[in-house]
Every structure is written in C-alpha cells, then in structure tokens.
Design a protein around this ligand. Structure first.
Ligand code: SF4
Ligand code: MG
Length: 319
C-alpha cells in the first residue's frame, strides 16, 4: 500500500479586517494515490481553503503539508515547483480563468511550455492529445473561449490542468455552474480520467448528491473543521456525525428528484465567531451540556472512519 500523496495537519487563520477567521481549525487529512476524495459542507465551512492548501497555493499557519512524505519547507525551489504542478485546481467558472484573448492552443500550451515540460516543436501534438483526453478535437485549437459552451470551456480548463501531468486534480465546485445534463457528462469525464490516468481527485462541493457517486471517501466539514471522514458507503448509508446525518437527510432524493425540507435548524453561524465547544451545538438536535463547553476530539470509530462528536468518545478503537 503506497503512502499518501499529500497529507495536511494544521490550521490556517486569515484576517478580514478587523477580524480573524479560523479558516481551518486543526484539520487532518490525506489524499491517497488514485482516490476520489469528496469534501462537502455548506459555503463558508473552509472547503475551498482546504483545497487551496492541498494544492500548495496557501500554507498552513501551524502544522504541516507534506507531499510524498516531505514537507514543502524541505524542498528547493525546483522541487517546490514540481510539487505545485502535481496538484492542479479546476475552478467553478472556467470563463473567469481562461484568458479571453488567447486561443485554446495557447491556453492549454502555455504552462507545459513555460515549465519546460514540452519542446515547442511538440507542443501542438501535446495540446491535441490533451483535447482528445477531455473529449474535444483538434478543431478547437484555434478557437477562443467565447466560441465555446460552458461545458466545452470546463473541458478546456481540465485539459489545461492535465497538460502539466498532475497527480491530483482539485475540483472546487467544478460542475456547480453547469446544467444538470452537462454536469453528468463532466462527472463521467472526471471518473474516466481517474480510471485511465490513475490521478487522484479532490472533489469539493456543497452538494452531497453530486459528490457521493464519484467519491471513494468523503470528508464532511463544518466551520473550519472536518467533523467526519469515511468511505462513501459509510457516510451515505450510515452517517455518524449529527451534521452528516442532517446533510444526508437534506440531499435531494435521487429517486424522486425532489428536495425534502431542510432538517438543519437555523443559520450557519458566522465563521468570525464560531460557537464554543462543538461548533455545531447551536444547531445539533442531539446536543447536550458538554457540547457547549468542550471541543470534541477526532477519533477513529471503525476502520477508515473518524468522527469528531462527544457522542462517540467511548467508541474509540485503535487506529
Ligand atoms: Fe451534536 Fe454534541 Fe456531537 Fe456536536 S458534539 S455534533 S453538539 S452531539
Ligand atoms: Mg467555496
């Protein structure tokens, strides 16, 4: 069993004047080779920040990010660049991240050329191969982003990421802006890329129903903390954490396509002033006295599953 590709253990605060935001609070997670790791939670829970840290775009204030067992601090400049190229982010809105004045061949070809991964004379062939991988043809080489549909633009965004041979794609709400039928196509593409290329996917979404079919493991976040990690089956069929249970109950019923009413009571508290103790205690139907006072530890309750909730503290098993 190979070790994790990326492992993060730490916290990250940032300041939105004049307040401090605890964006990631004692988060511990790893990304394994070839897996699809789903990250779900309401907006503002820190999942995009987690994605940016896993991508090496931001560093934790405390703790460490390791890549194949080495911390970023140990790496020289060239190794650090290699590590950063190894994790590519696919954003929600490819429109905003594609230069409107560039042709597709330049958009996809720039990074591999600049980083010396491909010779100029091989570039057209490389770019065409990337287009093929995402289901587009060489007919797109000389088009501009505005000539493409939303789904085609997202494919170009994926081809651009693939052009530097990443080990991990970090997909932050990558299908959220697309029509449902296009969403399904792009999700199929992601699954194929994982199967064919063996790359890892970190799939970040506020929508558990989008994540659950694709993911091998799912991490659930609430106000800067990971409250539960498990296999997709564990999370979906037997959620442990009361917040996960509420999210599952809230997910659209796939059979009827109807959204049941929200079982999560109240508003998401401000991330500037998260509640004391277990941050979910203000909305948790199972909260008891201790929840207001103590932050629950993250414990393994069964193989592959960790939960941070006082209800489970007796259930600790050796990791
Ligand atoms: Fe609910 Fe308490 Fe568990 Fe938090 S620790 S999820 S408030 S039962
Ligand atoms: Mg976000």
């Amino acid at each position: 069993q190979p070790g994790p590709l990326t492992r993060l253990a730490g916290r990250l605060n940032f300041t939105v004047e004049p307040k401090l935001v605890q964006a990631l609070n004692g988060v511990s997670i790893d990304v394994r080779p070839g897996e699809v790791l789903g990250i779900v939670g309401e907006s503002g829970c820190g999942k995009s920040t987690l994605g940016r840290v896993l991508a090496g775009l931001e560093s934790p204030d405390e703790g460490s990010l390791t890549y194949e067992g080495r911390t970023l601090a140990e790496l020289d400049r060239r190794e650090r660049k290699t590590v950063q190229l190894a994790s590519q982010v696919i954003f929600q809105d490819p429109w905003a991240s594609l230069n409107p004045r560039w042709r597709i061949r330049q958009i996809i070809g720039e990074a591999p050329l600049v980083h010396g991964l491909v010779e100029r004379r091989d570039l057209a062939r490389h770019v065409t191969a990337m287009l093929t991988q995402v289901g587009l043809t060489e007919d797109y080489l000389d088009r501009f982003p505005h000539e493409l549909s939303g789904g085609q633009r997202q494919r170009v965004g994926i081809a651009r990421a693939l052009a530097v041979s990443p080990r991990t794609l970090i997909c932050d709400e990558s299908v959220s802006a697309l029509d449902v039928s296009i969403q399904a196509q792009i999700l199929r593409l992601f699954r194929r890329l994982r199967n064919d290329l063996g790359i890892s996917l970190v799939f970040i979404s506020h929508d558990l129903s989008v994540v659950h079919n694709l993911s091998d493991r799912i991490a659930v976040m609430y106000l800067g903390r990971i409250v539960e990690i498990g296999t997709a089956q564990q999370i979906y069929e037997a959620p442990s954490h009361p917040y996960t249970q509420a999210l599952i109950a809230d997910a659209p019923r796939l059979s009827t396509q109807r959204r049941s009413f929200s079982v999560i009571r109240g508003e998401l508290p401000s991330p500037y002033a998260p509640p004391s103790g277990c941050a979910f205690h203000t909305r948790c139907p199972k909260a008891f006295e201790r929840c207001r006072l103590d932050v629950p530890a993250t414990i393994a309750t069964e193989p592959g599953r960790t939960v941070a909730c006082h209800l489970y503290e007796e259930a600790t098993i050796p990791a």
